[in-house]
Design a protein around this ligand. Structure first.
Ligand SMILES: Nc1nc2c(ncn2[C@@H]2O[C@H](COP(=O)(O)OP(=O)(O)O)[C@@H](O)[C@H]2O)c(=O)[nH]1
Ligand SMILES: Nc1ncnc2c1ncn2[C@@H]1O[C@H](COP(=O)(O)OP(=O)(O)O)[C@@H](O)[C@H]1O
Length: 185
């Protein structure tokens, strides 16, 4: 049986993580995206148990206390975390599990899973990042401000990751992502 693998996929809000992963997962069924827990409200079209497990703060805090999360962090006023059991089961089945998580969570995983492959997605520019967040039309003005401020901090930490990929031309970024994942270095 194939050996399981953990892949950390980090990048600022609006950079195109979800877009890239949807394209990648459609072409590579051997990759599995870990479904996170969050206290953020669902966006239009987001489905509980598919996009996220949407919970309230009390439930989230209980999961932390019960050590049900592999990692967790607060981001732009909401909590996000990775369910431990789900990831451990998938890895034991030999799956390649992708954690789409922000910088603080990625730092925790570097301590607990040093063998995880850590990828950082960069925007072509901060201006383009802002156009994308605004263009997506999912965040309030306040959320956009918080996320853009956090984006600068995250971009400054990109060199902590094994591989950096610029999401400028989407198809080119997908190809670079496939090379990072499947071409032995
Ligand atoms: N630490 C951590 N971050 C997460 C998790 N799930 C999502 N995130 C990150 O939380 C941030 C906000 O996610 P979201 O509200 O969906 O916004 P988006 O990045 O603009 O799509 C993003 O950087 C996600 O990668 C998680 O389980 N743990
Ligand atoms: N390479 C790209 N060029 C232009 N727009 C993009 C590109 N990748 C993603 N987008 C758009 O940017 C917005 C944010 O993408 P999304 O995948 O939601 O980012 P994230 O998951 O990192 O927050 C979406 O409207 C998406 O269609």
């Amino acid at each position: 049986m194939k050996t399981g693998k953990l892949i950390v996929f980090t990048g600022p809000s609006g950079v195109g993580k979800g877009t890239l992963l949807r394209k990648l997962l459609a072409q590579h069924p051997e990759l599995v995206l870990s479904i996170s827990v969050t206290t953020r409200s669902p966006r239009p079209g987001e489905i509980n148990g598919i996009d996220y497990y949407f919970v309230n703060v009390e439930k989230f805090q209980q999961m932390v206390a019960d050590e049900e999360l592999l990692e967790w962090a607060e981001f732009a006023g909401n909590y996000y975390g990775t369910p431990r059991l789900q990831v451990e089961e998938l890895i034991s089945q030999g799956k390649w599990v992708i954690l789409e998580i922000e910088l603080e969570g990625a730092r925790q995983i570097r301590q607990t899973f040093p063998k995880a492959l850590r990828l950082f997605i960069l925007p072509p520019s901060l201006w383009e990042l802002e156009q994308r967040i605004r263009g997506r039309g999912t965040e309030t003005e306040e959320a956009i401000t918080k996320r853009l401020r956090r984006a600068q901090e995250e971009i400054n930490a990109a060199s902590e990751f094994d591989i950096q990929i610029v999401n400028d031309d989407l198809d080119k970024a997908v190809k670079n992502l496939e090379a990072a994942l499947f071409v032995p270095c």
